[in-house]
Design a protein. Structure first.
Length: 42
């Protein structure tokens, strides 16, 4: 999965569930982790 698609999927999950601690995307764990860490800084 490319980074753009990972970002889209993880942010959609965060918005849908209204929380940052959503499951990481299989095969894109590092990208998912980085995106969630960045969102915590906002």
């Amino acid at each position: 999965m490319n980074v753009e698609k990972t970002a889209e999927v993880i942010t959609d999950s965060i918005v849908d569930e209204q929380k940052i601690d959503v499951d990481a995307i299989s095969g894109a764990t590092n990208s998912s982790t980085v995106i969630k860490k960045w969102l915590r800084t906002l």
